[in-house]
Each structure stands twice: as C-alpha cells, then as structure tokens.
Write a protein that binds this ligand. Structure first.
Ligand SMILES: Nc1ncnc2c1ncn2[C@@H]1O[C@H](COP(=O)(O)OP(=O)(O)OP(=O)(O)O)[C@@H](O)[C@H]1O
Ligand code: SF4
Ligand SMILES: [Mg+2]
Length: 331
C-alpha cells in the first residue's frame, strides 16, 4: 500500500507572550524576561496509507487539530518533516504548496461556521471546481455539483437553498460535498460528527466510509471519542499532551491496548450493556498544561501504574508487536 502522508517528529509551538513588555516579570524582587510557549505538538510521527483512515484520538487540548492544521500547512511546523505523496512539503512556501491544496481537503466540526450563509449550496460546491479549472463551464460545474450532492444524499431540488435551510446532519453532507468537489486524494476530517446527534453520527460515518470505498481517498480523522473512530479507522494514534503515546491497527488499540492512557480512554468510552449506556470510569485528573510540560512521562500524574523512573525519564517508543507502538516504561 502506498503511503500518502508521512509525518516524522512533527513539532508545533505557540508563542503566548506577544510583546517585549508582556514578557517582563518581577521574580524575587528582580525584573526578568519570561516567554510563555504552548508546546502543542511534541514530536509525533505517523503514516497514512492510500485509501485508508488514520485517526488521532485524545482529550480536548491534546493537540489533534494543531497536528492536522500543521500537516496541511495552515500552520508552519516548528520541527519535523511532512512528506505528501513522496514530496517533502515541510518548508514549501504558500505559493509552492498551491498545487497540493487541491489534493488535500478539510471537513470541519461545525459545517455551519464554515459555509457562507449568503451562498446557495450549489455555489458553495461549484466555486472550488471553477477556481481549480476542474470544469470548463458553469453548466458543467452545476451538473457535476448535482451529481456530487446526489452522492452525499442531497437531492437536486434542494441545491438552490441556503445553508440555514438544512439540518445539522445535512449541513455536514454539504461540507463533505464541498470537500469532494475538487476530487481530493487526502481528506482531513476534524471532529466531523462531534456536533451531531448520536443517531445522525452513524449516518455521516457510514457516508464517509462509502465515499472512501468509491473514490479511494485517505482520511486523517480526528475525534476525542474512541467509539467514533472505531468503525472508520484502519490505524489509530492515541494522543496525549502533544505526543502519540500508542499507535497501531484498530485491532491493536481495541483488543490489545497497552498504554495506561489508552486503557483509561477505553474505560471511559460509552458501551452498550443491555439497554443501558454504561459510561463509567472516566479518565481521572486534569491534562497538564502544555505551557508547563511535566518531566518524564507526561501521563505520570494520572497514571495508576506510575513508577519512580516515570517521573524522570521520558519513555521511548517501542514496537510491542508488529505495527503496534507504545511509549511507556511498563514495556
Ligand atoms: N492559535 C493558538 N494560539 C495559542 N495556543 C493555541 C492555538 N491553537 C491551539 N492552541 C493550544 O494548543 C493546544 C492544543 O490545541 P488543539 O486545538 O490542537 O487541541 P485539540 O486536541 O484539537 O482539542 P479539542 O478536542 O478541544 O479540539 C491547546 O492547549 C490549545 O490551547
Ligand atoms: S511510563 Fe509510567 S507513568 Fe507513563 S504511562 Fe507508563 S507506567 Fe504510566
Ligand atoms: Mg480540535
């Protein structure tokens, strides 16, 4: 299977202290200069294969969206390497990156916020086709737009309506149609179902999977909930404080989880027990601040298996079985 995206040791930081004056602090009676930096992504590596789905999962603030935005170069990386379809895109300028823009599309959590309320939905989908010269005329764009809408479950008589005339699930279908308009090979879906009712979530996930089977593109899929990534993923990376602490196939993560954080996430994932939704054992404690990273293993304050070395030494990533990687001193 060809690799579409290979990310190696990716780092992303945000400078929180914007001005020189902001950085001046009085410590023990002396004026000192302190700069606050948010270490959002701290050296993560993963690969996404052609036609497959790699999911990033983890609690709010662990750096999932920042990773996605850096990979597609909405943010310049602070370190590491990004290779897309064999080309190193890490240091490409915006202009140099333009030819890749069309191949890489994004689906957002809140489709309403990303759809222009004043545009008819057909125009939302045909504008990128015309911009990227995928079609030769407005008539051709309209016909292709209607065809794409049909594939995502929006009927032709609905395409001249405005975004507010659709339900949340239908608006996400429009967001998906817009991504499909330029025939991408790679789609980043950042929490695409988190804002939807549970009953609608499954429909949208099934639609995303059907479209992948038909068109063969790859997904970088993002969710905070393991239950959501369960069906759609081939590979999963579990993120904690800007690192991937465990990654492997869906079977590795669900049937043979190794990292204590993955175990905790699985324990807090809703399961159907009889007719009841069992939502016991959430991960306890707070995720530490990425502005002040802990020493050693970043999970040590919350880990039930913590050992003295965990507080001092960052555990290296180890392959515990073929294709299954874990960063933990237990292994
Ligand atoms: N533009 C920014 N400036 C400063 N800090 C930022 C910026 N964007 C993100 N961060 C910080 O980076 C860290 C990671 O944020 P990110 O949005 O990537 O997390 P996430 O895993 O996507 O969370 P969520 O599940 O809530 O969407 C957070 O501490 C966040 O506050
Ligand atoms: S390295 Fe130590 S603290 Fe970190 S997850 Fe493993 S056992 Fe827990
Ligand atoms: Mg996010």
């Amino acid at each position: 299977m060809n690799t579409v995206l290979e990310v190696t040791n990716l780092e992303q930081k945000f400078q929180l202290t914007k001005t020189y004056l902001d950085s001046l602090k009085i410590r023990k009676g002396r004026l000192v200069r302190e700069r606050k930096i948010c270490h959002a992504v701290n050296g993560i590596s993963f690969k996404v294969a052609e036609g497959e789905t790699f999911s990033l999962v983890g609690e709010s603030g662990c750096g999932k969206s920042t990773t996605a935005r850096t990979v597609i170069k909405l943010l310049e990386p602070h370190g590491g390497k990004i290779v897309f379809n064999g080309t190193d895109i890490t240091n490409l300028s915006r202009r140099q990156f333009l030819p890749f823009r069309k191949q890489i599309q994004m689906i957002f959590q809140d489709p309403y916020a990303s759809l222009n309320p004043r545009d008819k939905v057909i125009d939302i989908v045909t504008a990128p086709m015309l911009l990227h010269n995928i079609v030769k005329s407005k008539k051709e764009a309209f016909d292709l737009g209607v065809e794409i809408f049909r594939k995502v479950g929006i009927r032709e008589e609905q395409v001249s309506r405005f975004p507010h005339q659709f339900s949340g699930g239908q608006r996400q279908r429009i967001g998906i149609a817009r991504a499909l308009a330029v025939n991408p090979s790679f789609i980043v879906a950042d929490e695409p179902v988190s804002a939807l009712d549970v009953s609608i979530q499954a429909q949208i996930l099934n639609l995303l999977m059907d479209l992948q089977s038909e068109f063969g593109f790859s997904y970088l899929f993002i969710a905070h909930d393991l239950a959501v990534v369960r069906h759609i993923s081939n590979f999963i990376g579990v993120m904690y404080l800007g690192m991937i602490v465990e990654q492997g196939t869906k079977q590795h993560i669900f049937e043979n989880p190794k990292h204590p954080y993955t175990e905790a996430l699985l324990a807090s994932t809703p399961r159907i027990t009889g007719d009841n939704l069992d939502k016991s054992k959430p991960v306890t404690g707070e995720i530490p601040s990425p502005v002040d990273l802990p020493s050693g293993c970043y999970f040590h304050d919350r880990c039930p298996y913590v050992k003295p070395e965990c507080r001092e030494i960052m555990p290296p990533e180890k392959e515990v079985e073929r294709g299954h990687w874990v960063s933990c001193h237990l292994y």
